[in-house]
Design a protein around this ligand. Structure first.
Ligand code: NAD
Length: 467
């Protein structure tokens, strides 16, 4: 056992943890160690954002080839097929490259890296179980960034073969169809968009009365219409009760039973594969050595509670990202990581505003949203004006054959300041940052329009609608 002493030990090497560790060392000069039990990059890189976006990029490619005939690129649609094993290998290559990049950045920033499972003994000591034994790490401060993991659905049949969570789905080397997705949230819809584009039949079962219940209603309604046109089937208000093996004459492996909450009728849908995407829970299992640590930080439903400077109620132990609940997004975790190390370094003013957080759904078309929605403004009694732009007038959208979409900006009636924006169009995820920046800096629509955007681009839509 070796003893090492640090100013800061970060537990968890996802976007929150590695961003924090790099900033702690390179910006604030803290002697920093990062402890990770799997691979560097966390859920985002290993089982989330990057793998799904790699698959979605293959789905886009398939669609582009199929649409090619319109532009004179002649292909036989029947010849277009997806080799999932090859796509899976490509995904691993992408993940590997990005993991190498992060490891280089850590080395460059002089962050020590320990591969192993951390168990917190006190607010100044961590045991790490490594492949070759164990290591004791002594540290002045601890930053927990252990993320989250998929929630398990408490129904019969979830442990059957071919029932997967999103991590497991991304390791499949065959395209299984029909795919039944339980949960019409962000993960469910990204998989629905990607799998339907790759050629699978997809059924989405959502418990609430609409998909994407946390997002603007218009975005959800439009996306549902577009995906339905592509043969994705939706059942909302669906109470899933059981997954079972299909009868011996069936052509699929499984059946999923659900009750329509309105009509009380029970239906069974066939499935070759079931994806359970019903949310994620904080990862805190075995994080604290309960025999040693005098006090464990307070938690609420498994999430670690922190104050506005990311400190728990145990002095010296901080936490950020999914493990604290709140908004479970990679960029939110990175922002919180940067703020937390500024707080740990004693800075009064934290560098990032975390009350304005863009959210994106990487379906085709993409959805992006930031700030207030019309419903939220109404509930809060804020008088707003709305500007809506329909993408059919945009040259780049027309020439690339995009689906109909829209951009909506909400401004405060009295001042004209931008309070929120919702987008459903190509490259929405690349453009929503314009509105984050506008909201954070208190810009009005007139101020947004003062800057020229190039033509012909998707981005010029923002200029056209604001001038
Ligand atoms: P989610 O909360 O977005 O959606 C889960 C959905 O499942 C909800 O609509 C819920 O009503 C439904 N549901 C719950 N129990 C159900 C049941 N028994 N039957 C049917 N439906 C049920 O969660 P998620 O999609 O699992 O995503 C988890 C987290 O990861 C989210 O916070 C999400 O924002 C984040 N994430 C973000 C991105 C992105 O930014 N593009 C991508 C993937 C995941």
């Amino acid at each position: 056992m070796s003893d090492k002493e640090y100013d800061l030990a970060v537990i968890g090497g996802g976007p929150g943890g590695y961003t924090a560790a790099i900033a702690a060392s390179s910006k604030y000069g803290l002697k920093t160690v990062l402890i990770e039990k799997e691979n560097i990059g966390g859920t985002c890189l290993g089982h989330g954002c990057i793998p799904t976006k790699t698959y979605l990029s293959a789905a886009d490619e398939v669609q582009a080839i199929k649409n090619g005939n319109r532009l004179g690129v002649m292909v036989n649609e029947a010849d277009v097929r997806i080799d999932m094993a090859k796509l899976h290998a490509y995904k691993n290559e992408v993940v590997g490259k990005l993991q190498d990049g992060i490891m280089q950045a850590l080395t460059h920033a002089k962050v020590d890296y320990v591969s192993g499972t951390a168990s917190i003994r006190s607010n100044m000591a961590i045991d790490v179980k490594t492949g070759s034994g164990s290591e004791l790490i002594k540290t002045s401060k601890i930053l927990i960034a252990t993320g989250s993991e998929p929630c398990k659905l408490p129904i019969k049949g979830v442990d059957l073969p071919h029932v997967y969570n999103s991590n497991e789905m991304l390791e499949m080397t065959e395209l299984m169809s029909p795919l039944v997705i339980i949960g019409g949230g962000v993960i469910g819809l990204e998989f629905a968009s990607m799998y339907s584009a790759l050629g699978a039949q997809v059924v989405v079962l959502e418990a609430m009365d609409r998909i994407l219940s946390n997002m603007d209603r218009d975005l959800a309604v439009n996306l549902k219409q577009i995906l339905s046109k592509r043969s994705v089937k939706f059942h909302t208000g669906a109470e899933v009760s059981e997954i079972s093996k299909a009868g011996f004459r069936a052509t699929t492996a499984l059946e999923v039973k659900f009750k329509d909450k309105k009509t009380e009728t029970e239906t069974t849908v066939p499935a070759q594969t079931v994806l359970v995407a019903v949310g994620r829970k904080a990862s805190t299992e075995d994080l604290f050595d309960k025999n040693c640590i005098p006090t464990i930080p307070s938690m609420e439903r498994g999430r670690i509670i922190v104050n506005d400077r990311y400190e728990t109620d145990v002095p010296g132990i901080f936490a950020i990202g999914d493990v604290t609940g709140g908004i479970q997004l990679a960029h939110m975790a990175s922002a919180e990581g940067l703020n937390a190390v500024a707080a740990i370094a004693g800075k009064e003013q934290l560098p990032i505003r975390t009350d304005v957080v863009p959210a994106c759904v990487f379906t085709d078309p993409e959805i992006a949203s930031v700030g207030l929605t019309a419903d939220e403004a109404k509930k809060a009694g804020i008088a707003v004006k709305s500007i809506k732009y329909v993408t059919g007038a945009n040259g780049k959208s027309v020439l690339t054959g995009q689906e109909r979409g829209f951009i909506r900006i909400l401004t405060e009636s009295e001042t004209g300041k931008v309070l929120g924006a919702q987008m459903m169009c190509a490259r929405a995820s690349d453009m929503i940052g314009e509105f984050s920046s506008a909201i954070v800096n208190g810009l009005t629509v007139d101020q947004i329009s003062m800057a020229i955007r190039p033509h012909p681009t998707f981005n010029e839509m923002i200029w056209e609608m604001t001038r």
